[in-house]
Write a protein that binds this ligand. Structure first.
Ligand code: AMP
Ligand code: GLY
Length: 432
């Protein structure tokens, strides 16, 4: 049956949603709020603010929306799912309370600790003196995290006591506003980091792919932390052993524990895991949404009907979906960002896509360009954000996916953009 869908968001993740939904025969009308310059012709843009809930509700009723798919965390943490559901509108995304898994590190640690999920040992502080005493006793390396959302900047992995103490002082001095009034200080975990995704309707859970992200701005994992400069999927270290452990020890106890606590979790659950040398996962963090740019590489491989999955999950009938199928191909996404990102960056420069759009890779479906910070003004594509494009290659091997992605990147000749040249280094360096 045809479903009308409204996507909330404007990034590369949401463009990947658009393209995956368009592949379904069950898609009715597709709207995106507010969308970006690359979605023109693929979805109808809705010119409303993602936090204007009354206007969104009105729009959903007028446009007979069957399900709202929320991309970013902010509207979820602000309670968009609760507001829509009160009006009888189906939404795929967690309630305000369940969104605290990402919105408050203290909440997240308290619940998962109670559910016996393997995670770093921690303590929560509202006083600088107490926090520093704990750092002195525990020693370094140690990790200092603001309790609330801080646009990816609230985490300090401190190698020295001075660095850890500085992070404490900065947070309590107001660098992150209310988000830093409370701090979680936790044990440093060593290993290989992966992003593991599931989809839940509150009761049933299905795996929804894995990926590895590159968070630092420059090659060799140097430079400042970013929202993510590139990903590949699947994460090659995810085997049946790791999958089983992750489900049994982390995902299922969390979903069941939350349901028992009266906070059923509906939506995408993104587990950031640290996997040790013996293949044992520990939970670093939960996000209550898909990752960006993980979605770009994961959804490129999706073979199941995305409309059916989202609709079933949003309406509590995920049990009807037997499994979610992904291609055995690999996908690799290279983020092209505006020079200066993640600090002050250039805006409003023109992006020339013509050569990439007409390239053999794109025409053969071996590469696709997901837009993020782009806008169309008077027929011209311009940049309006830090991360501008997510060029994604696919292939039978990760190396092929890498080659397809970078050969398309080379055709986007825009000097104000930069990108990492080593996405996938960890795996490709192993000789795959
Ligand atoms: P978060 O926002 O909690 O994901 O933290 C950002 C990044 O900091 C993670 O992706 C990890 O690379 C790193 N990180 C967070 N917690 C820890 C930890 N306990 N041990 C080591 N690295 C961590
Ligand atoms: N790429 C990491 C994130 O979406 O949080």
């Amino acid at each position: 049956m045809k479903r009308n869908i409204l996507i909330i968001g404007s990034g590369g993740r949401e463009h990947a949603f658009v393209k995956a939904l368009k592949r379904s025969p069950n898609l009715g009308q597709l709207y995106v709020l507010p969308g970006n310059g690359g979605m023109n012709g693929e979805a109808t843009a809705v010119d409303l603010r993602p936090n204007d809930f009354p206007a969104i509700i009105k729009f959903c009723k007028t446009a007979a929306i069957d399900v709202v798919l929320v991309g970013p965390e902010a509207p979820l943490v602000e309670g968009i799912a609760d507001e829509l559901e009160l009006e009888g509108i189906n939404v795929f995304g967690p309630s305000k309370k369940a969104s605290q898994l990402e919105g408050s590190k203290d909440f997240m640690k308290e619940v998962v600790w109670r559910y016996n999920v393997p995670t770093a040992e921690y303590k929560t502080f509202t006083d600088a003196g107490e926090a520093k005493k704990y750092i002195r006793i525990k020693g370094v390396p140690i990790v200092v995290k603001t309790d609330g959302l801080a646009a990816g900047k609230g985490v300090t992995v401190a190698m020295t006591v001075e660095e850890a103490n500085r992070a404490v002082d900065e947070a309590f001095d107001g660098k992150f506003g209310d988000a830093g009034k409370k701090l979680v200080i936790e044990e440093f975990l060593d290993g290989e980091e992966i992003s593991f995704f599931v989809i839940s309707d509150g009761k049933n859970v299905i795996e929804f792919g894995s990926a590895q992200d590159h968070k630092r701005a420059f090659d060799g994992d140097k430079g400042p932390n970013t929202g993510g400069m590139g990903t590949y999927s699947p994460a090659p270290i995810v085997n049946d052993f790791l999958r089983k452990k992750t489900f049994e020890q982390i995902i299922i106890p969390t979903i069941n524990g939350l349901a028992r606590d009266g906070i059923p979790f509906k939506g995408f659950l993104f587990a950031g895991l640290m996997v040790d040398g013996h293949g044992n996962p520990k939970l670093l963090e939960y996000n209550i949404r898909m990752g960006d740019p993980e979605t770009q590489s994961i959804l490129t491989r999706l073979e199941s009907d995305f409309v059916e999955i989202i609709y079933a999950a949003a309406t509590g009938s995920l049990s009807k979906i037997k499994d979610v199928k992904f291609s055995s191909d690999s996908a690799l996404c290279v983020v092209m960002a505006a020079k200066g990102y993640p600090e002050e960056y250039k805006k409003n420069f023109e992006i020339d896509m013509s050569e990439a759009e007409n390239s053999a890779e794109v025409k053969a479906g071996k590469a696709m360009v997901y837009h993020a910070g782009t806008a169309l003004s008077s027929g011209k594509l311009t940049s309006i954000g830090g991360r501008v494009l997510g060029v994604t290659g696919r292939g039978a091997t990760l190396k092929e996916a890498f080659d397809n992605a970078y050969s398309c990147v080379a055709k986007i000749r825009t000097p104000d953009l930069f990108f990492r040249k080593d996405i996938g280094w960890r795996e490709l360096g192993r000789g795959k």
